[in-house]
Design a protein around this ligand. Structure first.
Ligand code: HEM
Length: 418
C-alpha cells in the first residue's frame, strides 16, 4: 500500500568539528538541541565529553556544584594524561587560577580579586579605552582598508589589560607578541606557546615583585594589597590571577569586536538602526545591542571544562563520575525554547538573559570591562568609518575552529579614507 503521508526520517546527525562546522556551527547545534540535547562525543583531541546544548540544561549545569572545574577530577586513562589539551593538566603554577578551582579556594580568591577589580575601577578606565580605540583607528584611517582583527580587535584588549594591570607602556609590545603567539597557535604547535607562557610568567613574577616594593595605582598593586580576613594573595596566586585576567580577557574581547562587527556588516538594517541611534546621541541601543551580539554569535562558544565529581543526571542523560562536560553557550543562546526568533539579530532585544558571560559562581569577572571595550570599539568604528564594508565575500572568511572560542582569523574591510 502506498503511504501518502510518510513521516520524514530525522535528518542524519551532523558531523562536528569539521571546517563547515567551524564556519557555521548553528545548524548542528539546532540538531543537537532537538535530537540529542546532552550528547556524548569524541573531541578532536580524542577526549570523550558531553555537550550540553539546551538553555535550561546549560544554565543548570553552569550552577551545579557537582560539576567541578578542577581537572584532577577528570578520569582520563593514565597514558593520555597531559595530552588532551585540557588546560591545567600540566599543573603549571599559572594554572591554579579561578577557572580551574572550586570552592572554598575559588570563593576566597574571587572575593580578593573582586575587591581589586571593581566596576568603579573599570568605569574610571573609560577615557583610556576611548583613547586607545581612537589611536588604533588613526593608524589605518588614511588607508581606506584594514584587517579589523589584526589592526584593531587584537591590540585593543591587550593594551587595555596591560594598562589596567600596570604593565609599563614600553613592555606592552612584548605582551602583544606573546599573546599573539598564544592566540595563533592555541591548540597547535606547543613549543612556541610554552615559551610565550614561560616568558609571560617570568615577566609577571618580576613585575609583582617590583610592585610589592613600589606599589602604584594599578590592578597588580591592588591585588597584592587586597586582603580578606587578614588573608593575602601569595605571589604565585597573584601571578596566576594576572595571567587569567590576561588570558580570559584577551581573545574573548578580540572575538566580541570581530564577531560583533561582522554580524553588523551582515545585517545592514540593524547596523543602520544603531548608527542612527548613535548619531542621535543615544546609548540605549548600543548597550542592548552589544548584549545581543554576545547572544547571537558570542566569543565563547563553549564554557570552559567541567568534570562530574559524582554520577548525575542532566537533561535525562546519566553522566558518570569523572566525565568531562562542555556547556555549549552558543547553542543555548539560540534555543527557541528561551529566545523568540533566536536566529534573528535584534539589537533592541528586551528579554535577553544570554549565557555569553556564563552563569553561577564562575560568571565572567571581566564583564564590565568587556562591555566597556565592546561598546567603545563598535560605536567608534561606526561613527568614524560610517561606510565601513566587508572587503571580501563572507565565504572567503576563515574561522579559528578552536573548541572553547569562536572567532575570525581576519576581517578585511574597506571604507572611505580620510
Ligand atoms: C569567566 C566570557 C571578557 C575575566 C568567563 C566565563 C565566560 C566569560 C563565559 C565563564 C566560563 C565558565 O564558566 O566556564 C567572557 C566574554 C568576554 C569576557 C564573552 C568578552 C566579551 C573578560 C575580560 C576579563 C575576563 C575582559 C578580564 C579582564 C574573566 C575571569 C573569569 C571569566 C577572571 C573567571 C571567573 C571565575 O572563574 O570566577 N568569562 N569574558 N573576561 N572571565 Fe570573562
Amino acid at each position: 500500500m502506498q503511504d501518502n503521508n510518510p513521516i520524514p526520517p530525522a535528518p542524519p546527525a551532523p558531523e562536528l568539528f569539521t571546517w563547515e562546522f567551524a564556519t557555521d556551527p548553528y545548524p548542528a547545534y539546532a540538531w543537537l538541541r532537538e535530537h540529542a540535547p546532552v550528547h556524548r562525543t569524541r573531541l578532536p583531541s580524542g577526549v570523550e565529553a558531553w555537550l550540553v546544548t539546551r538553555y535550561g540544561d546549560a544554565r543548570q549545569a553552569l550552577a551545579d556544584q557537582r560539576l567541578s572545574k578542577n581537572p584532577a577530577h577528570h578520569d582520563e586513562p593514565a597514558h593520555a594524561k597531559g595530552k588532551t589539551g585540557i588546560p591545567g593538566e600540566r599543573k603549571a603554577e599559572l594554572m591554579t587560577h579561578l577557572l580551574n578551582i572550586d570552592p572554598p579556594d575559588h570563593t576566597r580568591l574571587r572575593r580578593l580579586v573582586s575587591k581589586a577589580f571593581t566596576p568603579r575601577t573599570v568605569a574610571q578606565f573609560a577615557p583610556r579605552v576611548q583613547e586607545l580605540t581612537d589611536r588604533l583607528i588613526d593608524a589605518f584611517e588614511a588607508e581606506g582598508s584594514a584587517d579589523l582583527i589584526h589592526e584593531f580587535a587584537f591590540p585593543l584588549p591587550i593594551y587595555a589589560i596591560c594598562d589596567l594591570l600596570g604593565v609599563p607602556r614600553e613592555d606592552q609590545d612584548d605582551f602583544r607578541d606573546w599573546a599573539g603567539m598564544m592566540i595563533r597557535h592555541g591548540g597547535g604547535p606547543r613549543g612556541g606557546v610554552a615559551r610565550s607562557v614561560k616568558k609571560m610568567r617570568n615577566y609577571l613574577a618580576e613585575l609583582i615583585h617590583k610592585k610589592r616594593e613600589n606599589p602604584g595605582d594599578d590592578l597588580i598593586s591592588r591585588l597584592i594589597e587586597a586582603s580578606d580576613h587578614g588573608e593575602h594573595l601569595t605571589e604565585n596566586e597573584a601571578a596566576a590571577m594576572a595571567f587569567i585576567l590576561l588570558f580570559a580577557g584577551f581573545e574573548t574581547t578580540v572575538n566580541l569586536i570581530g564577531n560583533g562587527m561582522y554580524a553588523l556588516l551582515r545585517n545592514p538594517g540593524q547596523r543602520e538602526r544603531l548608527q542612527e541611534s548613535l548619531a542621535a546621541g543615544e546609548t540605549g541601543l548600543l548597550e542592548t545591542g552589544v548584549e545581543e551580539l554576545l547572544r547571537y554569535d558570542g566569543p565563547v562558544e563553549m564554557a570552559t571544562w567541567r568534570f562530574a565529581t559524582q554520577p548525575l543526571t542532566l537533561g535525562g542523560q546519566d553522566i558518570a563520575a569523572g566525565d568531562p562536560v562542555l556547556v555549549v553557550l552558543a547553542a543555548a543562546d539560540r534555543d527557541p525554547a528561551r529566545f523568540s526568533g533566536p536566529d534573528t539579530l535584534d539589537l533592541g532585544r528586551k528579554d535577553n538573559q544570554h549565557l555569553g558571560y556564563g552563569h553561577g559562581i564562575h560568571y565572567c569577572l571581566g564583564a564590565p570591562l568587556a562591555r566597556l571595550e565592546g561598546q567603545t570599539a563598535l560605536a567608534t568604528l561606526l561613527r568614524r568609518l560610517p561606510d565601513l564594508r566587508l572587503a571580501v565575500e563572507p565565504d572567503d572568511l576563515r574561522w579559528r575552529g578552536g573548541l572553547i572560542m569562536r572567532g575570525l582569523r581576519t576581517l578585511p574591510v574597506e571604507f572611505t579614507a580620510s
